[in-house]
Write a protein that binds this ligand. Structure first.
Ligand code: FMN
Length: 433
């Protein structure tokens, strides 16, 4: 491998819902989406390409921010429907052997005992390949499905997340690693003195414990986190094993973001190499550079012809109805959100039309596999690490193959990404380099 190998992970944007459904390469996506088969195919392709992990995105509400109703979301199957990622995850885990499987679960929607139990079960069933994408939710609509009038205020959600994280870890450690003695002769399956109550009483949660199952192979899951606001980054630096970032502004901004996370991790007494920062990328791959550029031009033309599609996400993540803003006037600095602060901050000052031109990537990667591999190499050398989170909002099998069978072999030929997994557990592979 090169002196600076990097990691690859996949962001399952849109979660367990409709992916590409009415385009040339959609197949039967509009009908077959509720089967786990696409996700199985994706996970197996990514495992073939030696990806570290795949995140199943999630949220649990039907959005109605854009245009102040749900019409545009339901018409285009954007961000809805979404089914439960924890039901999908074990199927993906069962039909793969090395890749990390990371469902998204929100600390404002789950109770810690229920979450800790689910994740512990998944880690056992996947033999140590489970992660948890820790999110705090960002919409009042989600909160209203769980008995609240409004979602908690932004920074308070991260305070809840801190306590949630701590109490979950206590639950995962409530059985000592050697509690299961399997002493057949004396009839002692588990030693009761090695299973402890946690008697936790915090500001938000009160839990006696212990968890009613033994420690899982990894002890605790691999934590991924995406907070981009100052408070979000603080939480990520304290807890995450992998920070997923959609920061804009090219190589300089990426480097600043990573350095910041690493410095804050050190301040929490952590080894900064235990926090892998992965940057969103949505490579546009062609047979040749020219073909890839033509493809990107078509993407931009499509986005410009359907501006509402691009603004649906910005609206639902911020709770602001972007249908009310003229397309060619800058988004005012007075716009405020209790949702995704970093995303809105990056939109302010741009016109909606300018915002739409931006791809999903932290920066654009357009070209043949070799061209993109060379660019990714340069970018990672300047940023310092740790890799990319590949994302595509209009997912089809053809795109997965372009990445897994086209781009990744080009990266591997340069020694930039792994050709084999060294370990059987997710965290060990992630922290290997
Ligand atoms: C790459 C990426 C993936 C995310 N995935 C989810 C998700 O699946 N579900 C969710 O509710 N929020 C998701 N988020 C939102 C974050 O968890 C977080 O709420 C958001 O980045 C706003 O954080 P901030 O206010 O600290 O910037 C994601 C964000 C990013 C950048």
């Amino acid at each position: 491998m090169s002196a600076n190998p990097f990691h690859l992970a996949w962001f399952g944007a849109g979660g367990f819902g409709v992916k590409s459904w009415n385009k040339t390469w959609s197949g039967r996506g509009g009908v077959d989406w509720a089967s786990p088969q696409l996700w199985i195919d994706v996970a197996q392709a990514l495992e073939r390409a030696r990806f570290d992990y795949i995140i199943i995105e999630d949220s649990s509400y039907v959005p109605d921010a854009y245009g102040s109703n749900s019409k545009a979301y339901l018409s285009s199957a954007t961000a809805t429907p979404k089914m439960d990622p924890t039901v999908l995850a074990p199927i993906m885990a069962h039909l793969t052997s090395r890749i990390g499987i990371v469902p998204t679960l929100s600390v404002t929607e789950y109770h810690p005992y229920m979450l800790a139990r689910k994740i512990n079960t998944l880690d056992h069933m996947s033999q140590g390949r489970t992660g948890w994408n820790v999110v705090t939710s960002s919409s009042h609509r989600a909160a209203q499905n769980y008995g609240k009038d409004l979602l908690e205020e932004h920074d308070l959600r991260y305070d809840i997340a801190d306590e949630f994280f701590d109490v979950s870890c206590k639950l995962w450690e409530s059985w000592d690693a050697d509690a299961v003695t399997l002493d057949a002769e004396n009839g002692v399956w588990a030693d009761y003195e090695k299973v402890h109550t946690i008697d936790f009483e915090g500001k938000f949660f009160k839990i006696r414990g212990p968890l009613n199952a033994p420690q899982s192979p990894q002890g605790r899951p691999v934590f991924t986190q995406a907070g981009g606001s100052p408070r979000g980054k603080r939480f990520a630096a304290r807890t995450a094993n992998s920070v997923i970032s959609g920061v804009e502004g090219g190589v300089e901004a990426m480097k600043r973001f990573r350095d910041d996370i690493r410095e804050q991790a050190v301040a929490y007494g952590r080894d900064p190499n235990d926090v892998k920062v992965l940057f969103m990328a949505s490579p546009v791959v062609g047979e040749t550079d020219e073909e890839a550029r033509a493809k990107r031009e078509r993407q931009i033309a499509f986005a410009e012809a359907h501006p509402e599609l691009g603004l649906l996400h910005l609206s639902r993540h911020s709770g602001i109805d972007f249908a009310q803003f003229p397309l060619d006037e800058p988004i005012p600095a007075t716009a405020k959100t209790n949702g995704h602060q970093q995303m809105l901050a990056q939109a302010i000052g741009k016109t909606p039309r300018e915002f739409l031109r931006k791809s999903l990537s932290t920066m654009e990667f357009v070209g043949s596999p070799d061209t993109i591999a060379a660019t990714m190499d340069e970018v990672m050398q300047e940023v310092g690490g740790d890799g990319f989170l590949i994302a595509n909002f209009d997912l089809n099998r053809r795109y997965v193959s372009e990445i897994a069978d086209g781009l990744v072999p080009a990266l591997q030929r340069r020694g930039l990404t792994r050709t084999e997994y060294t370990h059987s557990r997710f965290r060990d592979n992630l922290l290997e380099f």
